[in-house]
Ligand binder design. Structure first.
Ligand SMILES: [Zn+2]
Length: 304
């Protein structure tokens, strides 16, 4: 059975660590993530973007996650990432996702509140929790893009949480989506995070938080990937964010680069081998390795 995202994150909030949200698009990615969580006895949040639902189909991904949760010993939640389309959000709630995100952060404050409230009402009726977003996270990934960062205002965040009743809040403190997060120094606004935490008193979420680890980037590049200038959030900044109130950390880019590196290595080293299992096995193993590394940084290892 899938576990409630709210129960996973409330424990993280009380004990001051973060739980990884990892995006899934197919079985191998999911298996790599879940194996990592089991190895480190960590709860985990699997997430599907609207792009993933388009690619694989909502029933397919839901049932993959459900199967994983039934076979696994660690708590597994399933979350809709960046829900923008009300139909998608409705479907996820009906199917029994653990939580949904309504992303109306591109709208005016009042409109964001109105849309978020609607989703909160729908979801809470079914016992499903809701993540909302206030402020704008920069960068581009999947179907989500924005030109710049608009930092979250702490007073507005307090008002937003009170008026919408959302369960978790994604905030903008300097991260960006995608693989090119910083052109200058890679620093988050930790003071701002502290102020938001003091005012909101609910689990806070960090998007655009991939680390883009150099070892995986190097591996992908060794086998032909072109990734010059990629830059993620350093582990030290993530640790600081967790220490000061982030309880859910979204990671997608790292998984993409790991998968890409694994596939490239396999096809380049064994051009005569066309067995998909041999091509995807190293990708799945690299995903597992990257996720284990993330879980250790987030502090959720051994929390099961
Ligand atoms: Zn995001």
């Amino acid at each position: 059975m899938l576990t409630s995202t709210k129960s996973i994150l409330e424990k993280a909030y009380r004990q001051n660590y973060a739980v990884g949200h990892f995006n899934i698009n197919n079985m191998e990615i999911l298996q790599g993530i879940v194996q990592a969580a089991e190895n480190l006895r960590s709860p985990i949040i699997l997430a599907t973007s609207e792009g993933a639902l388009e690619y694989a189909g909502i029933n397919f991904l839901y049932n993959l996650a459900l199967t994983a949760s039934e076979l696994s010993k660690v708590p597994i939640a399933l979350h809709l990432d960046h829900g923008k389309d009300m139909e998608n959000i409705r479907k996820c709630i009906q199917l029994g996702y653990s939580s949904v995100m309504i992303d109306a952060s591109h709208e005016e404050f009042e409109k964001n509140i109105k849309l978020t409230k609607q989703v909160v009402q729908l979801a809470h009726r079914k016992g499903i929790s809701v993540e909302a977003e206030l402020g704008t996270i920069g960068g581009k990934e999947d179907l989500v893009h924005s030109r710049g960062i608009i930092y979250t205002n702490p007073a507005k965040a307090q008002e937003f949480v009170e008026r919408t009743g959302c369960d978790f809040l994604a905030i903008a403190i300097g991260t960006s989506h995608g693989a090119y997060k910083f052109s200058g120094s890679a620093k988050l606004k930790i003071e701002l995070l502290k102020q938001i935490k003091a005012k909101t008193k609910i689990p806070l979420v960090l998007h655009g938080a991939s680390g883009v680890p150099q070892s995986i980037v190097n591996l992908a590049q060794k086998y032909g990937a072109k990734l010059s200038g990629v830059k993620g959030v350093p582990d030290s900044q993530i640790k600081l964010a967790v220490k000061n109130g982030i309880n859910k950390i979204n990671t997608d880019t790292d998984l993409r680069i790991a998968f890409d590196a694994g596939v490239r290595k396999a096809v380049k080293e064994h051009p005569e081998d066309f067995d998909p299992r041999h091509i995807l096995f190293p990708a799945r193993a690299l995903i597992q390795q990257v996720v284990e590394q993330r879980i250790k940084v987030f502090g959720s290892a051994g929390k099961v």
